[in-house]
Design a protein around this ligand. Structure first.
Ligand SMILES: *[C@@H]1O[C@H](CO)[C@@H](O)[C@H](O)[C@H]1NC(C)=O
Ligand SMILES: *[C@@H]1O[C@H](CO)[C@@H](O)[C@H](O)[C@H]1NC(C)=O
Length: 322
């Protein structure tokens, strides 16, 4: 009798206990759902990682990966950067493209479009792109002979990259659909130097963004000048014709992909006056007042118009791919 009673009480207790556990679980789940604070927790974690990155030996790339993961968890797709790089054969080509590709490997969500100025795609570039392990599109478009630079002519004498940039624009316009993906288009020449921060700035672009470019136009830096009242671009600090509607180097702006896809008439052309390519191209998309000043209100330099010196080579050693 006693035994039965105790079993009975025990069962009653267990039942009671089970109710409490279930009730607690429900409360916890409900709480989690109501506050939906996964994002906040991840943000806190990111802030902690960031502030202790030196102590923990966390690299910039690891933080970027974390950021990417965080955005995936929050279902906020990060825009793809379509980096357009015209290139042509010269002794330093492989060195230049290696530098660029290894910079790009540190950047999430990059689609690299490389366009060779050649009749056919070369093995040198094909191999390099394959080894880069990046998402790439390899194109070629030969500059017509009349525009080819003669050996001794200074580089500003003729337009550069017209054919190649247009080939990339056609590829985008033919192969991508408006509204299908978030993307930003950036013209990334193969001889410049790029800070990783530049790519975070590029991803902030809504329509057309701009920022300073170092070592260009005979100045240490070319930079848009902002109106302190409105925070918008007022004029430009530029070594050459600062009164152009957009006195901005090719490396100093990026454009929303959907804008590129919609304004199909916007291409580069040999008819554009020398040095006016950027300015004329940008006028298809925006006005000076609409430009989005990035890189801390155009106060930071994250890209440099570096120039690789043409090496003096007196002999070619066989059997090496340089
Ligand atoms: C679109 O993409 C396909 C596959 O990469 C390619 O064959 C085609 O030429 C592209 N279109 C243009 C205009 O480049
Ligand atoms: C940029 O300037 C605006 C005012 O024009 C200011 O509100 C904003 O905080 C500035 N941003 C940075 C990153 O300095």
């Amino acid at each position: 009798m006693d035994l039965n009673k105790s079993i009975f009480e025990n069962m009653k207790f267990r039942k009671y206990f089970l109710y409490i556990v279930i009730f607690t679980i429900i409360i916890v789940i409900w709480k989690l759902k109501a506050t939906d604070n996964t994002g906040d927790n991840l943000q806190d974690l990111k802030d902690i990682l960031h502030s202790h990155k030196h102590f923990l030996h966390i690299t910039k790339q690891q933080l970027l990966l974390f950021e990417q993961l965080q955005k995936h968890i929050n279902y906020e797709p990060i825009p793809v950067i379509y980096a357009i790089t015209p290139t042509y054969y010269r002794l330093v080509q492989r060195a230049e493209l290696t530098r660029i590709s290894q910079t790009l490997r540190l950047i999430p969500n990059i689609h690299w479009i490389v366009i060779e100025d050649s009749e056919e795609k070369t093995n040198l570039v094909s191999k390099l792109l394959e080894e880069s392990e990046l998402t790439v599109t390899h194109l070629n478009a030969k500059t017509p002979p009349f525009e080819k630079l003669k050996d001794k002519e200074p580089s500003w004498k003729k337009h550069r990259g017209v054919e190649q940039r247009n080939a990339a624009l056609s590829w985008l316009r033919e192969n991508l659909t408006v509204g299908n993906q978030k993307g930003i288009v950036y013209f990334m020449d193969d001889d410049n130097s790029y800070h990783l921060n530049l790519f975070s700035e590029i991803r902030k672009v809504k329509r057309v963004g701009t920022w300073p470019v170092g070592l260009v136009g005979g100045l240490n830096v070319e930079a848009p000048i902002l109106d302190p009242k409105t925070g918008k671009v007022k004029s430009y600090r530029s070594g050459w014709k600062p009164n152009r509607p957009f006195a901005i180097d090719m490396a100093g702006f990026a454009i929303n992909l959907d804008l590129i896809l919609t304004k199909k008439e916007a291409t580069f052309s040999y008819k554009m006056e020398r040095g006016w390519q950027e300015s004329e191209f940008l006028s298809f998309f925006t006005t000076k007042e609409e430009l989005e000043p990035l890189a801390d209100n155009c106060t930071k330099v994250y890209v440099w118009h570096t120039r690789t010196e043409k090496p003096v080579v007196r002999g070619l050693v066989k059997g090496f791919e340089v």
